[in-house]
Design a protein around this ligand. Structure first.
Ligand code: ADP
Ligand code: MG
Length: 281
């Protein structure tokens, strides 16, 4: 595939939605592999104690493996816990172990508990040379708006919100957008509502196209034109420790994630929109 231009600075993209099962992890993993295939240097940070992104990319994350927990709670430098993803050049991952489940509570008593990830990323950025720096850092969030997701929002510059093309798709989004506003007002004024991605789209159903229309009415051009189709290949890939791009490169899911990655790369070349509140486009 034709490579895309590298961004002038590292783009930190937080994949968040407090609803479970909407495609956060699938999107993180497949976009990461797609961006890496497009010539970008990509780091995935697994911020979900379930460790699904670590599993999907076949990175060791058994108890005792140093990962996100050590970064957040002990202040371990990112580079000490970063592992290369085998068979995918340009891709690295910071794994999540089940220990991370305790971090939400342990962090409560830690200094600057909501900016631990930002601190780690800032420190890593300082040592990043032009040709060794990451172009993209993708953060896979857990399905909640607790301290872990908060750390991601404080560390990140853009949010990517996967929306499952199903009934109730927009429910709960208000709460997420309020959290984003709160973070922007008090903790991280660089945070922007980056993009929405419609996932598990089933073109045969009226419901899915209705939901897609509604999402576009609400969020306008922020919604990526590419929609990720519902596809068995996408859901099978993780059990082989692969992205769908590795598992079945010509499948509709693989092509959709490649197209979404290209769109994301192009969005980064645009100046940020003046009005960031969502609203009707
Ligand atoms: P989240 O991280 O938001 O909880 P996941 O990415 O784990 O969501 O996806 C939830 C479930 O849906 C998983 O079993 C995943 O394999 C499946 N899934 C995600 N995207 C697709 C898709 N495009 N087609 C079919 N199944 C999908
Ligand atoms: Mg997940």
């Amino acid at each position: 595939d034709d490579p895309v231009a590298r961004p002038s600075r590292t783009r930190t993209v937080v994949v968040a939605n407090q609803k479970g099962g909407v495609g956060k992890t699938t999107t993180t993993v497949n976009l990461a592999v797609a961006l890496a295939q497009l010539g970008q240097r990509v780091l995935v940070i697994d911020l979900d104690p379930q460790g699904n992104a670590s599993t999907a990319l076949a990175v060791e994350h058994g108890r005792g493996t140093p990962g996100t927990y050590e970064v957040l709670v002990d202040g371990t430098p990112l580079r000490d816990v970063t592992q290369p993803v085998e068979e995918v050049p340009n891709l690295w991952l910071v794994p999540a172990t089940i220990d991370l489940a305790g971090a939400e509570i342990e962090l409560v008593s830690v200094v600057a508990r909501e900016s631990r990830l930002r601190k780690a990323l800032d420190a890593a950025r300082l040592i990043g040379e032009e040709d060794t720096r990451y172009d993209y850092v993708l953060v896979d969030c857990p399905p909640s708006l607790g301290l872990l997701t908060l750390n991601a929002l404080v560390a990140g510059a853009e949010i990517l919100i996967p929306i499952q093309a199903e009934y109730y798709a927009l429910e709960g989004l208000g709460q997420l957008l309020e959290t984003v506003e709160m973070v922007r007002a008090h903790l991280n004024d660089k945070l922007s509502l980056g993009a929405f991605l419609i996932t598990m789209y089933d073109s045969r159903t009226k419901l899915a196209s209705g939901v897609a229309r509604e999402v576009r009415e609400h969020f306008g051009p922020r919604v990526l034109r590419t929609m990720i189709p519902r596809s068995v290949r996408v859901s099978e890939a993780p059990s082989y420790g692969q992205s769908v791009l590795g598992y079945d490169p010509t499948s509709t899911g693989a092509l959709a994630y490649l197209a979404a990655a290209r769109e994301l790369a192009v969005i980064g070349q645009r100046p940020p929109a003046p009005q960031d509140g969502g609203g009707r486009g």
